[in-house]
Design a binder for this molecule. Structure first.
Ligand code: HEC
Length: 107
């Protein structure tokens, strides 16, 4: 009982820290632009042009901002029908995709 309560408090604290980190994250325009270029060549066939109209794939406009590690992991290693991209793009390039997904189509 005592243990599960502290786990609960700990995970609440982690979620708070993660949300703070996401809110503070700033993206360079050049980084977003690079991510956008990679996206339109490699991701748009499934996730839709400019992330709109993702058909059967995940709507990336709704990807939670506080789950960056999930993003990096899914993109690097793939998930179910989505192929892995870790052999094609280096971590820096995958970071630009994160920047694009988070900030690229915000008006
Ligand atoms: C062949 C089609 C296809 C391509 C190309 C593709 N994806 Fe996906 N993607 C999917 C599908 C289908 C899912 C849903 C996977 C699931 O949850 O079962 C998905 C899910 C995702 C998710 C959510 C994963 C999660 O944790 O729920 C992210 C993020 C993502 N894709 C990013 C990308 C990026 C970035 C690219 C380009 C580098 C890309 N995808 C290219 C089909 C694709």
């Amino acid at each position: 009982m005592k243990k599960s309560l502290s786990v609960l408090i700990l995970s609440a604290a982690c979620a708070f820290v993660a949300a703070q980190a996401a809110a503070q994250e700033k993206f360079e325009p050049a980084q977003i632009k690079r991510g956008s270029a990679i996206y339109s060549q490699n991701c748009s066939p499934c996730h839709g042009p400019q992330m709109a109209d993702p058909a059967g794939a995940f709507d990336l406009r709704t990807f939670p901002a506080d789950q960056k590690s999930r993003f990096l992991n899914s993109v690097t290693k793939g998930k179910n029908q989505m192929p892995p991209w870790g052999d094609l793009f280096n971590p820096e390039e995958i970071e630009t995709l994160w920047a694009y997904v988070m900030a690229g189509e915000k008006k």
